[in-house]
Design a protein around this ligand. Structure first.
Ligand code: FES
Length: 132
């Protein structure tokens, strides 16, 4: 029923199972990777929403081994985005399936503008994502 999920724009990416693993303050997100198993391996992702976040955010542990963060809003019509399993691409969850690279640049589909990409730093197993 994946096509039905696409029609309704339902994301495949999980929310955190443990909400204590992340926080928002001063226009930045901090994630304790010890408490975020969703990001344990390259080729995984989690979506962060709520907690006063100014913009819903997709956090990706990339196939390249690095962490990446994006405003979770496709630049075509604003649907949520997911990782495209088995690739180093991001894909919109809608029927138009716009794809992007880790730099947020559009690769295919209806979206022509880049995703909003946030700076990510890693220190002592803690990720910090700057939302400005
Ligand atoms: S909203 Fe993403 S391709 Fe249309």
């Amino acid at each position: 029923m994946k096509w039905l999920k696409r029609i309704f724009g339902i994301s495949e990416t999980p929310l955190p199972g443990n909400d204590a693993g992340w926080n928002v303050a001063n226009q930045s997100i901090t994630i304790d990777l010890n408490q975020m198993p969703e990001l344990a391996s390259p080729g995984s992702a989690v979506r962060l929403e709520g907690k006063g976040l100014p913009v819903r955010t997709l956090v990706v542990h990339g196939k390249d081994g690095d962490f990446h963060a994006f405003a979770n809003r496709c630049t075509h019509m604003g649907r949520r985005i997911d990782i495209l399993p088995g690739t180093d691409h991001i894909e919109c969850c809608s029927v138009s399936k716009s794809t992007f690279d880790y730099g947020g640049q559009p690769l295919g589909g209806a979206a022509k503008k880049p995703l909003r990409v946030f700076a990510v730093t890693l220190s002592d197993n803690e990720l910090t994502i700057q939302l400005t």
